[in-house]
Design a protein around this ligand. Structure first.
Ligand code: FE2
Length: 276
């Protein structure tokens, strides 16, 4: 087995991917996010899905959610951003790569448009029964791509803890899955009245998982050699305020575990210099 599984994957994909700087002008034209979302959501029985979401302790999995043209656009972006991936390794907890919203804003603006889609947010509000807002501009998790490209890439059991004053919902979209990675989860762990219920899914491209981050205990199992998995995460909040000490913990966690100090604290410095 190669010590450089990710390099092998990058080499294997080098013919079909274009340089990151030209992502916006690459072959597959970006669809209209609102129209593409509506073309799918109008076919769903949203009331039934909302009941499923509630019954499962604020969790829903749909194997086939995105319109095919949206999935194609995301796959193209995910491959095109391989050079931008920030690798992280936290022994015993996490190993993998990520591309933050700040890089996505520069190089893959369709993802930012999809994140803000009123059709998407409105549909998620119907599922959750909560009024949802986009995460603040300096939150690198608001939308991010997560890469599992080397043998052993994984994330251990955790909750997507909200550091905000309100709830934070995670929307996970499958983008590339040429891997054996699974999302393992446990429902109802925070509800003493309902027995814990374990589950496991492999999210295909275009698939969706939506959950309340404080309620779903979950992990991604380790990738094997020469595998590749990319998922896209959107985070929505019910109250974007965050107390200063929580912000400090959240920033440190992001810098160490996900995006690197440069990405996280450059945004903070920029904000201080330019309060507008
Ligand atoms: Fe998570």
């Amino acid at each position: 087995m190669s010590m450089h599984a990710e390099d092998d994957v990058i080499a294997a994909n080098s013919v079909e991917r274009s340089p990151a700087s030209s992502l916006a002008s690459s072959a597959v034209p970006a669809p209209n996010a609102d129209r593409a979302v509506a073309s799918r959501t109008r076919t769903f029985d949203t009331r039934r899905l909302s009941n499923d979401f509630t019954d499962q302790g604020a969790f829903l999995y749909l194997e086939d959610f995105l319109a095919p043209e949206v999935t194609a656009q995301l796959v193209q972006s995910a491959r095109g951003l391989l050079d931008e991936v920030n690798r992280n390794y936290l022994p015993g907890h996490k190993q993998g790569g990520s591309v933050s919203r700040h890089t996505i804003d520069r190089l893959a603006p369709f993802i930012a448009e999809l994140y803000r889609s009123k059709e998407l947010i409105g549909w998620l509000e119907q599922l959750s029964g909560d009024k949802l807002q986009v995460s603040p501009a300096d939150d690198p998790h608001a939308y991010a791509l997560y890469y599992y490209t080397r043998a052993g890439d994984h994330i251990g059991w955790h909750y997507d803890t909200s550091y905000y004053d309100g709830r934070r919902y995670t929307l996970l979209l499958g983008v590339i899955d040429e891997s054996s990675c699974r999302l393992d989860y446990e429902l109802h762990t925070r509800n003493p009245d309902v027995p814990d219920q374990p589950g496991s899914v492999q999210i295909p491209p275009g698939g969706l998982v939506f959950f309340d981050g404080d309620k779903l205990r979950h992990r991604i199992t380790p990738a094997g050699a020469n595998e590749m998995r990319v998922s896209l995460t959107f985070e929505y909040v019910t109250d974007p305020n965050m107390r200063p000490w929580r912000r400090f913990i959240s920033n440190m966690k992001d810098a160490i575990a996900y995006f690197g100090f440069r990405q996280v604290f450059r945004q903070m410095t920029k904000r201080r210099k330019d309060p507008a």
